[in-house]
Design a protein around this ligand. Structure first.
Ligand SMILES: [Zn+2]
Length: 116
């Protein structure tokens, strides 16, 4: 799913995307000529394996997300906020969701047996 940067106005535009068992939904709205602010939630379940014993486990996620989307290279000051750059005038929501899922998976997660 993608939306052209030029189609996003100051009024918030809702989006919703579901991938496997994760729902990614929220709003995007224009912040400046080349910047769009995304406020969303990631809710659902990700299949993963325990980092200690390799047992399958499900990660429950419920994460608020706030990202700045840049149409082209981001030249602003480094903020507290994450910035994602897109280079062809479109925002690709699947890519944002995929990278958020990867970043959650890249942490250490243990099954209940290994936690105790
Ligand atoms: Zn384990």
């Amino acid at each position: 799913m993608e939306i052209a940067f030029r189609k996003i106005a100051k009024e918030a535009l809702d989006f919703e995307l579901v991938k496997e068992r994760v729902k990614f939904f929220g709003k995007v709205f224009r912040k400046s000529s080349d910047l769009v602010l995304l406020k969303a939630d990631l809710i659902g379940e990700i299949s993963h394996v325990c980092d200690r014993c390799g047992e399958d486990l499900k990660l429950e996620i419920n994460e608020p997300l706030e990202i700045l989307l840049s149409n082209g290279v981001y030249n602003g000051e480094i903020d507290e906020i994450d910035v994602v750059e897109f280079y062809d005038g479109y925002i690709y929501f699947d890519e944002i969701l995929q990278s958020e899922i990867e970043s959650i998976k890249s942490g250490y997660h243990y099954c209940n047996k290994c936690k105790n």
